[in-house]
Design a protein around this ligand. Structure first.
Ligand code: NAD
Ligand code: SER
Length: 317
C-alpha cells in the first residue's frame, strides 16, 4: 500500500495533487506537508497535515517515520522569477531541500517524484520539437537547479537504488491555487483578469511561444509515472511532457472567442521576457508517450473553456 508525503502541498500543484492522491489511495494515506503558507481548510481537514521546512532533516524524517511513508512527492521549490529575485535562497531550497528528501528516501526506502521543468533547457537548446536528450545549458538559477536536480536524482537511483522519477513540466494553468512566482504565471493571471476586468496587461511580448499544460493533465502525469513499470523508464527523472504550445496573442484570441469584449495590451518585463526567450517553444514528448503511456487530454480550446467556466464559478461563489 502506498503511504505518501507531499512537500509543497499548499502550492499550485500540491493543492490539487494532494486531494487527487487522497482520492486514489485513501485520505489517511496521504500526508500534506506545508511550510509558511496557510493551508486551505480542505487540505488540512481532508487528511493528515504537517508543516516543516523541506531542508530540515530532523523534522521531515520524523514525519516520514510517524506516518510510515514509502513515497514522497517533493514539490517544495522556488520558481523561475522568484529564483531570479533571490538566487542564493533558490539554490538552497531547490538543491538542499531535494538532497534532504533523497537522503531520507535512501534511509527509509521511499520512492521520490520530483518535477523538473522546461527551464532545464537554455538558449543553446533547439527550441522547436526540443528532443528528450539534447544540450542543457540554462542561464537562470531556477534552470540550473533543475538540471542539477535531474542529475542528483539520477545519481541516487544508480548509486543507491532510490526509486526516483520525474517529468519536465511546461507552464501549468490552473484555477485552485495561484501560481507561485514563475514566468508562465501570465497564462493563469490572464483568466482572472479576463473575468474580473475584461482586460489584461501581459509581461511577455505577444509572439512569445511556450509549452503549456492544464493542471488535470499535470496531475495524471505525476500519478501515472509513479505507477509505471520501473524497467521501462529509460529517462526516469526527466521526461519531456507537453500538451499545448501557444503565445500570449493566441491565448488572448482563444479567450476572446468566449468573452468578445476582452482586450490585451503588452508591457514587457525584461526579466520575464529573458527567461521565456531561453525556454523551448515546444518539446518532443515521444519518450514519455512510448515508455509509460503519457497522453494529454486538454488542448488550448478545451483548456480555455474549462478554465473560464470553473474560474467564473469560483469567483462568483
Ligand atoms: P509553488 O510555488 O506554487 O509551490 C511551492 C511550494 O513550496 C509553496 O507552497 C511554498 O510554500 C513551498 N516552499 C518554499 N520553500 C520551502 C521550504 N524551504 N520548505 C518547504 N516548503 C517550501 O510551486 P508549484 O507550481 O506547485 O511547483 C511545484 C514543483 O513543480 C516545483 O518543483 C516546480 O519547479 C515544478 N514545476 C512547476 C511548474 C508550474 O508551472 N507550476 C512548471 C514546471 C515545474
Ligand atoms: N512555470 C514555471 C515557471 O515559470 C516553469 O517551471 O517558473
Amino acid at each position: 500500500m502506498r503511504r505518501i508525503l507531499v512537500t509543497g502541498a499548499t502550492g499550485q500543484i500540491g493543492s490539487e495533487l494532494t486531494p487527487a492522491l487522497r482520492q486514489r489511495y485513501g485520505a489517511e494515506q496521504v500526508v500534506a506537508v506545508g511550510h509558511r503558507n496557510m493551508p486551505t481548510e480542505s487540505l488540512r481537514s481532508g487528511g493528515p497535515y504537517a508543516a516543516c521546512d523541506a531542508r530540515d532533516n530532523t523534522a521531515l524524517a520524523e514525519i516520514v517515520q510517524k506516518f510510515n511513508i514509502n513515497t514522497i512527492y517533493h514539490l517544495a521549490a522556488l520558481l523561475s522569477v522568484a529564483a531570479e529575485k533571490d538566487p542564493q535562497l533558490a539554490w538552497d531550497v531547490n538543491m538542499n531541500g531535494l538532497q534532504n528528501v533523497l537522503e531520507i528516501a535512501r534511509s527509509h526506502g521511499c520512492g521520490v517524484f520530483h518535477p523538473s521543468s522546461i527551464a532545464a533547457f537554455g538558449p543553446d537548446t533547439p527550441p522547436i520539437n526540443t528532443p528528450q536528450v539534447t544540450i542543457q545549458r540554462p542561464n537562470t538559477m531556477y534552470g540550473i537547479s533543475k538540471v542539477a536536480a535531474e542529475l542528483l536524482c539520477d545519481y541516487y537511483y544508480t548509486r543507491y537504488r532510490v526509486d526516483t522519477r520525474g517529468v519536465r513540466y511546461p507552464g501549468l494553468i490552473s484555477h485552485i491555487a495561484l501560481p507561485g512566482g514563475g514566468t508562465t504565471d501570465y497564462a493563469v493571471e490572464i483568466f482572472y483578469a479576463a473575468l474580473r476586468k475584461r482586460k489584461y496587461t501581459c509581461p511577455l511580448k505577444p509572439d512569445t511561444r511556450l509549452d503549456m499544460m492544464y493542471m488535470p493533465d499535470a496531475i495524471q502525469a505525476a500519478m501515472r509515472i509513479m505507477e509505471a513499470d520501473s524497467t521501462k523508464l529509460l529517462h526516469r527523472n526527466a521526461y519531456n511532457i507537453t500538451a499545448m504550445s501557444f503565445s500570449p496573442m493566441e491565448l488572448a484570441a482563444a479567450i476572446k472567442k468566449k468573452i468578445p469584449e476582452f482586450t490585451i495590451n503588452y508591457e514587457v518585463d525584461p526579466i520575464h521576457q529573458a527567461i521565456a526567450d531561453s525556454w523551448p517553444d515546444n518539446m518532443n514528448d515521444s519518450a514519455a508517450r512510448s515508455q509509460w503511456g503519457w497522453a494529454s487530454q486538454y488542448d488550448l480550446e478545451r483548456m480555455t473553456s474549462d478554465m473560464l467556466a470553473r474560474l467564473a464559478a469560483k469567483l462568483t461563489a
